[in-house]
Design a protein around this ligand. Sequence first.
Ligand code: NAP
Length: 245
Amino acid sequence: MNVVFLGATRGMGRALARLMAARGDRLFLLGRDRMELERSARDLELTGSGGTIAVARCDLLEPGGFTPALDQAEAALGGIDAVVVTAGLFATQEGLESDARLRADVLTADFTNTVQFCEAARSRLMARAGGTLCVFSSVAGDRARKPVILYGAAKAGLSHYLEGLDHKYRAQGLRVVCVKPGFVKTGMTAGLTPPPFAGEPDAVARTVLRAIDRGRPVVYAPPIWRWVMLVIRYLPRAVMRRIGF
Ligand SMILES: NC(=O)c1ccc[n+]([C@@H]2O[C@H](COP(=O)([O-])OP(=O)(O)OC[C@H]3O[C@@H](n4cnc5c(N)ncnc54)[C@H](OP(=O)(O)O)[C@@H]3O)[C@@H](O)[C@H]2O)c1
């Protein structure tokens, strides 16, 4: 499978890209830092059997670069079967409330520009009669909660968009996979106290790769978060006002 990957330099993206490279998928890496991209590409080449891995700059905060980056990827791979987006920004609710610039960056990167990138990717996949679009949203988008109001709002919008794409384009061959990680121990969550059911990137990557291969539209990772969020979604508003979770 020819895969364009935005966000393979760290965390869950790195773990998923390793699995894909190891089984022989051909990867093209996109990301904001060329040195990090080159380092990741060389690491993945050692892991995999898919040959040389090319890279191009693509920053979620610079949407003008999306089309040229996808052009480069398509030319290098000779056709795209799947686009994976694990790139995203996080900041605490307190940080986002007090810093308007940070708030704009997180909301823009995690919602508006991820959607813009997906639209550019979708039209390319549809031009080849379909393919897979796998995007990392979050359980934070499933229910508004005090510690993740702003980040969660961006992810809720993203999940909503991905569900709509699945409804509209599934019959035309587009397989949309919306990944909803719970708390996973990566650089993004370093410094936060892990809650019960915190996951590891490698296990999440295995769950996500199975979901991609099966074309499952929504995947919770670790899987137990499906049931955790089922409960949280149905908690009464009066309870949500009282608890801090
Ligand atoms: N960890 C969790 O508990 C958790 C929970 C729910 C959802 N998620 C979501 O899952 C995804 C992966 O999270 P993670 O924990 O693996 O994160 P991570 O370890 O912090 O990695 C984030 C990735 O996003 C890239 N990135 C950040 N800003 C970017 C930008 N402006 N343009 C392009 N790439 C950018 C980073 O690239 P650089 O190497 O250049 O920094 C890195 O590859 C994210 O969408 C996150 O919101 C995570």
